[in-house]
Design a protein around this ligand. Structure first.
Ligand code: ADP
Ligand code: ASP
Ligand code: MG
Length: 459
């Protein structure tokens, strides 16, 4: 069996959905297939904007909602016409009606919790999968819409819920036994033990596909998108980026964690556990071989594998003479940040023990500053630690690759190339795995830094 996931970019309009359907049909002739689809391109963002406007009492959300409804209906009519699949069309209308009622509720109470937002965005995947399954049936292909909320059990961390693999796998296996024809499964969404809708985090449909593959013992998970595979850098910033034919799970995890949105980092979790290869393919160019993400890669002689970057980060330096040789400061810093639910993306500590540099998403920066000021107020007052200063508008750039392990001179080459290009580095970190060297630059230096490092190693 194989799981095929098509992202929003592959299902952006009726024409693309036709293309996706033809790929599914041709694969289904060769092997058992389960399909996972995202929302149509831009719909999740549009739903989030509607929710934010409704919460502020900004009635422009009604026009935006009208556009979403129009796009879903016209895709249905374009693909299926007005006379076929009437149940699916009423189900689409029912969802649009519910969505309107929920947003009206948000407008009335002027509040949209993460829990409500998860419910609101879930309509994107549910509507699109309803339409796509109906279209496949209308062409005589046996397909069934499957709502993954009945399959993927999660905790209640709305916006990025944790998966209960054991129970999810059980439910998925049960469901796959029952489904007649090819299941067309919603990506991204799940539900908690109370049956409340949750999501797996932005871009989470890739992860859903891998969960389905893990449960069903699939031979491969295919992630179909709008590029020819995992590239050596973000092709929008680095024109000379090229497709990497094969990459290890660990490298893919690092690249995606550090910003390569072509695959969600958690996709690798079920795949590693069950040793299932992941194949990245281009819907618009299906004959291209794509990228295989596997446990052991065929050796190659490129010194690095790829580069990725995370936008909108902020940096705080914890610095002061009082830190020297004083055990426990780091533990208090991280304890306070954990309590405030701040996710530290990168850390570096100078061996002088004189400073710890912490990097966060910009949206969490202010909150991190408050948490540190609360925890270490005494040390700041007595000047054993200097006042915390936050620096915003930064980017983390990560250079990744298995070949970096045990190879001397990589860091030297990175930083001298950056120096020659006149790029100033604000912080550096290297994991002890040696698979990743990350550094922080001002966002205005991002593209130059990406291209500089790419050219230094990969052309
Ligand atoms: P989908 O809608 O299929 O889920 P995404 O937009 O989430 O697609 O991911 C695909 C996009 O990821 C590509 O169009 C590309 O611009 C971007 N991207 C960023 N870094 C990389 C990379 N290293 N390799 C390939 N694509 C990348
Ligand atoms: N539709 C969701 C998003 O835009 C999930 C996904 O596309 O994978 O984040
Ligand atoms: Mg994606």
């Amino acid at each position: 069996m194989k799981v095929m996931k098509f992202g929003g970019s592959s299902v952006g309009n009726a024409e693309k959905i036709r293309l996706v359907a033809s790929i599914i049909k041709s694969e289904a002739q060769k092997t058992a297939v389960a399909v996972v689809l995202s929302a149509m391109k831009g719909i999740t963002d549009a739903l989030i904007l509607c929710a934010e406007s409704a919460e502020k009492g900004d009635l422009s959300y009604k026009t935006a909602l009208g556009k979403i409804a129009e796009r879903q209906r016209s895709t249905f009519i374009d693909l299926i016409g007005p006379d076929k699949e009437k149940d699916a069309f009423s189900s689409l209308e029912q969802m649009l009606f519910e969505l309107q009622e929920i947003l009206l509720g948000v407008q009335m109470v002027k509040e949209c919790s993460l829990r409500s937002l998860d419910l609101i965005v879930s309509f994107g995947e549910r509507m699109n999968n309803t339409v796509a399954a109906a279209y496949l049936r209308s062409t005589g292909f046996d397909a069934e819409f499957v709502d993954s909320r009945s399959l993927v059990l999660t905790d209640s961390s709305y916006g990025g819920a944790k998966v209960d693999y054991k129970e999810s796998y059980r439910r998925i296996r049960e469901k796959l036994k029952e489904v007649k024809g090819v299941p067309i499964i919603t990506g991204f969404i799940g539900s908690d033990s109370q049956g409340v809708t949750t999501t797996l985090g932005r871009n989470g449909s890739d992860f859903t596909a891998s969960i389905i593959a893990g449960a069903s013992g699939s031979d491969v998970v295919e992630i179909w998108t709008d590029v020819d595979g995992v590239l050596s850098a973000d092709p929008r910033s680095v024109k000379r980026a090229f497709v990497i034919p094969e990459i290890s799970y660990q490298e893919a995890m690092e690249l995606s964690y550090f910003g390569a949105e072509v695959i969600h980092p958690y996709t690798m979790i079920p795949a590693i556990e069950k040793n299932i290869p992941i194949l990245i393919k281009n819907t618009l160019n299906p004959s291209a071989p794509g990228t295989r993400i596997v446990k052991d890669i065929t050796p190659h002689n490129r010194p690095i594998t790829g580069i990725a970057s995370i936008k909108n980060v902020a940096l705080i330096n914890v610095e002061g003479s009082g830190m020297l040789g004083t055990p426990g400061i780091a533990s208090r810093v991280f304890g306070a940040l954990a309590l405030a639910e701040i996710n530290v993306i990168m850390i570096s500590q100078a061996s002088s023990e004189h400073s710890i540099c912490l990097v966060f998403r910009e949206v969490q920066g202010r909150c991190a500053l408050e948490a540190l000021n609360r925890e270490l107020s005494e040390q700041v007052k007595t000047k054993r630690i200097e006042n915390f200063v936050i620096r915003e508008g930064l980017e983390i750039i990560s250079v990744i690759g298995e070949n970096m392990i045990g190879t001397p001179g990589i860091a030297g080459k990175i930083f001298s190339a950056l120096g020659e290009s006149g790029i100033s580095i604000l912080a550096i970190a290297q994991g002890s795995s040696e698979r990743n060297i990350s550094f922080v630059v001002d966002k205005t230096d991002r593209d130059k830094a990406l291209n500089t490092v790419h050219d230094a190693f990969l052309v």
